[in-house]
Design a binder for this molecule. Structure first.
Ligand SMILES: [Zn+2]
Length: 512
């Protein structure tokens, strides 16, 4: 089959980090006993009135501003009507035609370079409760926990402008980093504080330059970023196969009279089945089987009979509020990455790794640079050694056993003595137990050999003992010099001053 184009749009729900729910005073704490954080308002009893949580609106404004969205000066609440056992009111308070924010973008980093993914809108709504199935012996029970009912959710809807499953994952990672950094959400997918629904279809090119568009499938139950990527890969393939089968069998027909423009560059052909457009559908993702299962026709907005929420007043946002929000945001990851690159002269890739670890990690790196004055070495040690130490010991940077000053002093020590990397790593490991660089070097008994006459003699012996390496070097294989340096390092048990050895080896090899 001809290569198709994948079209992905993501709907992300994040729980905002408020202490209480969106319209009542119940706790939003995760893991409380079932139905203990409920009241007449979030249980939807008649006669109760919701009151908007200001902090929730404030956090939502922060997120939308960080996502470069336009903020509406006037916004209102709407009822989205549907019946489900975990929704006692039979409606959810959400935002329909006047969301508080729209038209933003998020910049993501791809192997091909940066890309801005458009955001259609971000709006606030309340969460539903949770159904627990088959929890007890016999496995046929269904229970309802309303603790989550009324928790503030921010829904962020991307444009269908994500081109690959890998890009979808990068978008989610960047979004999570941003929302965590500005303190809007903890974005814990395992605890449900970040949830993602993915809309996907494919456009298959035709001989006349148009594309056949498969019906959009919305994939639910995605509970990891890896799962999102896998599900989208699977679903794109499944749609390609289904399209071929259905066209061959005559079940689907291309109806040219319904062709329409897609963005500003393509014309897409619509598929029909017995005269009507093939419907969009919802699918669940099964992590164990690695397959999507088509569940039901997808609801349209008209199915929900939206109408303005009569119990809540609209919200007005003025310039003073927006100014306050902007000053609170601080340095955002994308700006921080650009600054790290220009201020410290480190590569974009490294700046990206630093930035992705969060503000505390970046502050640590900057403190190391301050002590040692060498950004390149500070960057190498923090993103390689320190990061693997933190990962291995499952530690947060805030409780790192080695202070940034300590790491900075180690770098100074390495540069002044010429201690080689392998030995320096041993010093570093000893420092994790609380020693200073000098104490660790003393304890390990490391004495760097810096005496030039002594090292020169070793270099000459190494050259005499390695005629092949010398010949290779003269033929232009510069790597061959490593054999000479390796000889000297072995002879000194790794304690030769690496800078002096490097210089002497080059001088001797280039001599004649
Ligand atoms: Zn409540």
């Amino acid at each position: 089959m001809t290569t198709h184009r994948i079209i992905i749009g993501l709907e992300v729900h994040v729980q905002l980090l408020t202490k209480t729910k969106l319209f009542c005073g119940c706790s939003t704490q995760f893991g409380l006993p079932p139905n203990s954080a409920t009241c007449p308002i979030c249980c939807g009893l008649p006669g109760t009135l919701p009151v908007m949580n200001r902090e929730a609106f404030h956090l939502a404004l922060k997120a939308a501003t960080a996502l470069n969205c336009k903020i509406a000066s006037f916004t209102k609440w709407d009822r989205k009507n549907y019946y489900y056992p975990d929704l006692p009111k039979n409606y959810q308070i959400s935002q329909y035609d006047l969301p508080f924010s729209s038209e933003g973008w998020l910049e993501i980093e791809l192997p091909s370079g940066p890309k801005k993914v458009g955001i259609i809108r971000a709006h606030l709504e309340e969460d539903a409760g949770k159904m627990l199935h088959d929890e007890h012996a016999g496995k046929s029970d269904s229970l309802v926990d309303l603790n989550r009912t009324g928790t503030p959710l921010l829904e962020i809807v991307s444009k269908p402008a994500i081109d690959t499953p890998e890009e979808a994952k990068a978008y989610l990672e960047e979004l999570r980093l941003l929302l965590r950094e500005i303190g809007v959400s903890d974005c814990e997918m395992q605890e449900g504080s970040l949830r993602c629904d993915a809309n996907i279809n494919i456009h298959v090119p035709q001989a006349d330059g148009t594309f056949i568009a498969t019906p959009i499938i919305e994939i639910k139950n995605l509970n990891s970023f890896r799962g999102v990527e896998r599900a989208l890969k699977y679903e794109a393939e499944r749609q390609a196969n289904e399209l071929r089968r259905s066209l061959d069998a005559g079940a689907w027909v291309v109806d040219s009279s319904r062709a329409k423009a897609f963005r500003d560059y393509a014309v897409i052909q619509v598929l029909t089945q017995r005269g009507s457009e093939v419907a969009k559908a919802t699918a669940g993702w099964d992590e164990r089987t690695g397959r999507t299962e088509i569940q039901r026709r997808k609801e349209e907005a008209s199915d929900y009979r939206y109408f303005p929420e009569p119990d809540l007043v609209p919200v007005k946002v003025d310039a003073a509020i927006l100014d306050k929000v902007r000053t609170e945001l601080g340095e955002l990851p994308a700006a921080q990455k650009a600054r790290l690159q220009s201020q410290y002269g480190i590569p974009a890739y490294d700046a990206g790794i630093l930035s992705r670890q969060g503000r505390a990690f970046v502050a640590y790196f900057e403190a190391v640079v301050k002590t040692c004055g060498d950004a390149k070495e500070a960057c190498n040690w923090t993103i390689n050694d320190l990061l693997s130490t933190l990962n291995e010991r499952q530690l947060d940077i805030n409780v790192c056993p080695l202070s940034p000053q300590g790491l900075g002093e180690l770098i100074v020590e390495i540069k002044s003595t010429g201690l080689n990397k392998q030995r320096a790593r041993e010093v570093y490991t000893a420092m994790l137990d609380g020693l200073t660089a000098k104490q660790a070097i003393d304890k390990l008994g490391f004495k760097v050999v810096g005496d030039e006459a002594q090292l020169l003699e070793l270099v000459r012996r190494a050259i005499a003992a390695n005629p092949k390496a010398v010949a290779d070097f003269k033929k232009g294989k510069l790597k061959a010099a490593d054999a000479i340096k390796g000889f000297v390092m072995r002879e000194t048990k790794g304690m030769a001053n690496t800078e002096v050895v490097q210089r002497l080896v080059m001088e001797e090899l280039n001599r004649g």
